[in-house]
Design a protein around this ligand. Structure first.
Ligand SMILES: C[S@@+](CC[C@H](N)C(=O)[O-])C[C@H]1O[C@@H](n2cnc3c(N)ncnc32)[C@H](O)[C@@H]1O
Length: 325
């Protein structure tokens, strides 16, 4: 579903409180460390070796799965922001980042860079990664893009930073449909976090069966976009195969009559499944909450990479390893 689907949001927050600014700029060591080709430059997977945190980190993988046409076709990627005019969904993420004091953030599936740029404007050092080059081209053309490090790839392509926060906004987690890609993403997110850092992402609650509303009657809109003219869009459900839901967006451009389609598949994960996956990768679950702008529809997971045990820590009684094992 296009970004957050039918949800157009008011500017709420997770906590109901105001959205604080992040901490002021400190040293720009995080983003600048991964940027060897100039600010705001899109980097390709396999473009390594990377310099990160003073270390060279060779890239070992390519983009695992091409993103949908909505994100990869330049004409459609250019529509993403105008069609998602209300990004109140990001307020809760900004609020969380502020409350956590996140100075360094990794935005997986950053798309057109809306969240990454909001964070950077608040003083965070941000790396945005996305497999859709057309989205990244939109992102790096925006004011302030030079303050973000853009990486063309998926989580597999990440060097090993130690960030305070890893985020996947706007149901990006559902775009990662394959079990291998999903587990790799979680593993890389864990590695990317410093001990004590947080991972936050949302996924639609399967119990709400959002796909039942993904039909032409319920989704058709005609939007007059500056520079692009009127664009008619609608979604059609194509198939439901267990947890995988496939649908197709159609875009009709009034200016020249061009018709483009984008077929997407999303994975709807149950809460228990996500919790088990997080635990399997070593995360401690901090909270599962709703998205305030889409009450009852989303599951928002906040997980922590557990802090390193103190070197002085002693095993709890009864947990000592038996001799000889
Ligand atoms: C709905 S958009 C959300 C973009 C952005 N997070 C936002 O808030 O606007 C989903 C994004 O996930 C990206 N994506 C698809 N597969 C991915 C993967 N395996 N890893 C990372 N990002 C992926 C797409 O290219 C797209 O930009």
């Amino acid at each position: 579903m296009h970004a957050n689907g039918q949800a157009r949001r008011a500017g709420n927050t997770f906590s109901g409180g105001p959205v604080p600014a992040l901490l002021p700029h400190t040293r720009r060591t995080f983003a600048t460390a991964v940027r060897s080709g100039g600010p705001g430059q899109v980097r390709r997977a396999r473009a390594g070796p990377w310099i990160f945190g003073g270390r060279r980190a060779p890239l070992t993988a390519t983009v695992a799965r091409m993103a949908d046409e909505s994100f990869t076709h330049p004409r459609l990627a250019a529509l993403y922001d105008p069609l998602q005019a209300d990004r109140g969904d990001l307020d809760a993420y900004l609020d969380l980042a502020g409350r956590l004091g996140a100075r360094t953030v990794l935005d997986i599936g950053c798309g057109t860079g809306v969240f990454a740029l909001l964070l950077a404007a608040r003083g965070a050092e941000v790396v945005g990664v996305d497999p859709a080059r057309a989205c990244l081209d939109v992102a790096r053309a925006k004011p302030g893009a030079e303050h973000v490090c853009w990486i063309h790839g998926d989580a597999v392509a990440l060097p090993p930073p130690q960030v305070d926060l890893v985020a996947m906004t706007a149901n990006t987690a559902q775009e990662i449909t394959g079990p291998r890609a999903w587990h790799t993403t979680l593993a890389r997110a864990f590695e990317a976090l410093r001990p004590g850092g947080h991972l936050v992402f949302e996924t639609r609650d399967p119990a709400r069966r959002a796909w039942e509303g993904w039909n032409r009657d319920a989704t058709r809109t005609v939007t007059d976009l500056p520079g692009a003219g009127a664009v008619e869009t609608w979604a059609d459900l194509v198939a439901v195969d267990g947890a995988l839901v496939t649908f197709r967006w159609t875009y009709v451009f009034a200016t020249d009559g061009q018709v483009l389609t984008s077929t997407s598949t999303l994975r709807f994960r149950e809460r228990a499944e996500v919790e088990a996956d997080l635990a399997a990768h070593g995360f401690a679950l901090h909270d599962v909450r709703g998205a305030p702008d889409r009450p009852g529809r989303e599951l928002v997971f906040i997980a922590t990479r557990p802090p390193r045990p103190s070197p002085d820590a002693r095993p709890a009684a009864g947990t000592a390893r038996p001799q000889g094992t």
